[in-house]
Write a protein that binds this ligand. Structure first.
Ligand code: DQA
Length: 144
């Protein structure tokens, strides 16, 4: 059961960035939690973060050969990137969209996602737990 987690732009700044919105947990802690939960669930999980749209497209293409479920927090690219949407559509693999914050409770431009309608589902608003919930969902998807 292979899962690939992609963190998009500015998520490397978690812990310092808009703490009132995203909390004080940094990306390293999130990744440690993802790996611990993956081990409990029997998942083989790899994680990458990129601030660059094209690099995220490349990651999606590259990992599509290996992955059973792709979990992605596209950050601000959620609301802008047709390239990432097209990359996700190009790989015939289930996608789970994740956000730390509840994107529907914030500025109106964040309510538009180029990913939600092509994802199996969306977890948004539970901070670090959005990722662990997505991992639980990945197991259900893989087990059918
Ligand atoms: C985010 C929400 C996006 O709107 C924002 O641009 C981010 C983080 C989240 O995890 O809540 O960078 O994806």
């Amino acid at each position: 059961m292979n899962v690939f987690v992609i963190h998009g732009p500015n998520l490397n700044m978690l812990g310092k960035r808009e703490v009132s919105v995203y909390g004080d947990v940094d990306l390293e802690t999130i990744n440690t939690t993802i790996m611990a939960r993956s081990e409990e669930l029997g998942l083989v999980t790899r994680i990458e973060q990129s601030n660059h749209e094209g690099a995220i497209v490349d990651l999606i293409h590259r990992e599509s050969k290996w992955v059973d479920v792709l979990i992605i927090n596209p950050g601000a690219y959620t609301h802008t990137s047709i390239a990432i949407r097209d990359a996700l559509l190009s790989i015939d693999k289930p996608v789970i969209e994740v956000h730390l914050s509840n994107i529907f409770k914030r500025e109106s431009f964040r309510s538009n996602s180029y990913v939600s309608d092509i994802a199996v589902g969306l977890v948004s608003g539970f901070g670090l737990h959005s990722y662990t919930m997505a991992l639980d969902a990945a197991v259900s998807i893989i087990k059918g």
